[in-house]
Design a protein around this ligand. Sequence first.
Ligand SMILES: Nc1ncnc2c1ncn2[C@@H]1O[C@H](COP(=O)(O)OP(=O)(O)OP(=O)(O)O)[C@@H](O)[C@H]1O
Ligand SMILES: [Mg+2]
Length: 216
Amino acid sequence: MKKEAIAFRAVTTILSGEIVLKDISFSLPEGERLVILGPSGCGKTTILRLICGFLTPVKGSISIFGQVVSKDGKCLVPTEKRGLSMVFQDLALWPHMSVWENLDFVLKAKGLLQKRRKNEIKKMLELVGLLPFKDRRPHELSGGQQQRVALARALVVRPRLLLLDEPFSSLHKALKMELCSELLAFQERYGFSMIHVTHDEEEARVLASVPFLSLS
Ligand SMILES: Nc1ncnc2c1ncn2[C@@H]1O[C@H](COP(=O)(O)OP(=O)(O)OP(=O)(O)O)[C@@H](O)[C@H]1O
Ligand SMILES: [Mg+2]
């Protein structure tokens, strides 16, 4: 049987005194792609922040690849030890850094030596078609190119779990579908587990490999 990449068990989260998630349980088998759907404000980003370790649930437990990372108000494993990458809703590219430097920064933080960093970044930028743009800053790129940089920066560290928070929501349909296909190709190539948040049902159908998690 496949290992669980993620398991939420009766997770409850309170933010500023309000219950945002109540008794949420779900799991994702290793190597699969889960899509989270639901209206604005239902707690989709909150779920990703809990998995990252930016938030800790007041009740319940969260496991990543069989290891309990948070339980009953306690964070047991810090973000940097969770083996994951996240693409944020607003992308969060560093505006003062070039495309190359955005990727280099995360590899430096992982302690990779310069030669290895250079190889990995070159390979990744080639894969997403951005090598010719390596010296540009994010504001010198189109929306779709910025999306690709965010994806490349998340993938260059070879995460075992990738979290995506509506990364394609600002794009028109054709480009959205093109990026979905690229993402699927990456996922098949590297075999990471994935959680994708979206409002778009077509995007959800294309990307999901297990039944949706629908929040209300
Ligand atoms: N730091 C916070 N303090 C207080 N309330 C918060 C905080 N962060 C989020 N919330 C509230 O928690 C609820 C869930 O927020 P969340 O960002 O998870 O929604 P979402 O499903 O991602 O919405 P959207 O589709 O608009 O991105 C919302 O009601 C939001 O106002
Ligand atoms: Mg959100």
